[in-house]
Design a protein around this ligand. Structure first.
Ligand code: GDP
Ligand code: ZN
Length: 319
């Protein structure tokens, strides 16, 4: 029996690629031992190849520092990526930004103790807004910039970049990415792949080692992967685009921890366990009425409290 410890750098359902931590960083394809083993990209695992076998298997998962998870429609958790330092939500002027989804990603990261930041890609389109017939309208550009300003007020770091023109990439690397493992998330079409390629310095899609042909998971056509940047020290993780991200289940009272400006204002609510819905003497709803908290952000918060209740009901009592 020969075995070692490594990091899962690519996952394709029940098959993964594990990179050795020591030595020369050998990479092997493995299957997972047992159905219960929940292993995702970023996990540290113990791999072994039994005497005479030609296949490596993941025998065990080491303890996780954190894990970003989603809830499925029945309220069950599904791990997406483990052991990341931060989540970068990528948005763009086109396709139109869904602000509530950004809020849910940022909240989901906070529920797992993961910091978040915002990357506005295709900033070149913003700069050209209104200048020609096929460019975006100046009003749409202003609307996006207003959204970003409100996220900044809520404490979210943000960076404007253009993957195509390579604008703003150095500032993004120096300001946020260097020395860290960052998970990229966002709607498909916002330029996530272009951005990853520009930042990592090679074609991420081509470098993937598991393909549809070799993988067992025909249903999961997209794999997740971690890439080490070629020209600077840092890692970027890509997750399959989730169309409608719902965070892992948390009690309703914990939802505010995903909305920094709401959690801050909550200190002045009359009740310690105020959910900021219809309670009297609520400092949060007062701040919304006074315009100190963005009404759209508050609405996202309110909906997430309801979603968490609904998912908890669907999941049923904990076993
Ligand atoms: P993904 O679905 O998020 O991975 O998006 P892609 O990387 O495939 O990009 C979607 C489209 O946006 C492609 O046509 C890209 O060429 C284009 N795109 C990506 N980045 C930029 C950018 O910075 N500026 C402009 N104008 N287009 C971009
Ligand atoms: Zn309140």
């Amino acid at each position: 029996m020969s075995g070692w410890t490594g990091t899962v750098v690519e996952s394709f359902g029940r098959r993964v690629v594990v990179q050795q931590q020591a030595g020369d960083g050998e990479r092997v394809q493995c299957s997972l031992r047992g159905k219960k083993l929940d292993v995702v990209v970023g996990d540290e695992v113990r791999v072994e190849r039994p005497e005479g076998a030609d296949e490596w298997t993941v025998e065990a998962r080491l303890p996780r520092r954190n894990v970003l998870a989603r809830s499925d429609s029945r309220g069950q958790p599904e791990s997406l990526v483990a052991n990341v330092d931060q989540l970068a939500v990528v948005i763009a002027p086109r396709p139109a930004c869904e602000p509530a989804m950004v809020d849910r990603y940022v909240a989901g990261a906070a529920f797992s103790g993961i910091d978040a930041l915002l990357i506005v890609n295709t900033a070149d389109l913003l700069a050209e807004a209104g200048t020609s017939a096929d460019s975006m309208t100046a009003a749409a550009a202003a609307e996006l910039e207003r959204l970003v300003a409100d996220w900044r007020k809520g404490g979210l770091r943000s960076y404007y970049v253009s993957a195509r023109r390579r604008d703003g990439l150095d500032a993004l690397i120096d300001g946020a990415l260097r020395g860290r493992r960052t998970l990229f998330a966002g709607q498909s079409g916002v330029g996530k792949s272009s951005l990853l390629n520009a930042l990592v310095g090679e074609d991420c899609r081509r470098t993937r080692e598991l393909s549809d042909a070799t993988g067992e998971g025909r249903h999961t056509s997209v794999s997740s992967a971690i890439f080490a940047a070629r020209d600077w020290s840092g890692e970027l993780a890509d997750s399959p685009g989730v169309r409608d991200y719902a965070p892992q289940l948390v009690p309703p009272g914990q939802v505010q921890s995903g909305f920094r400006e709401i959690a801050l204002a909550a200190a002045d609510c009359r009740f310690l366990d105020c959910l900021h819905l219809r309670e009297p003497q609520c400092a949060v709803t007062a701040a919304v009425a006074a315009g100190r908290i963005d009404a759209r952000r508050y609405e996202s918060y309110r909906r997430l409290v309801h979603l968490m209740r609904e998912l908890a009901e669907r999941r049923g009592p904990r076993r």
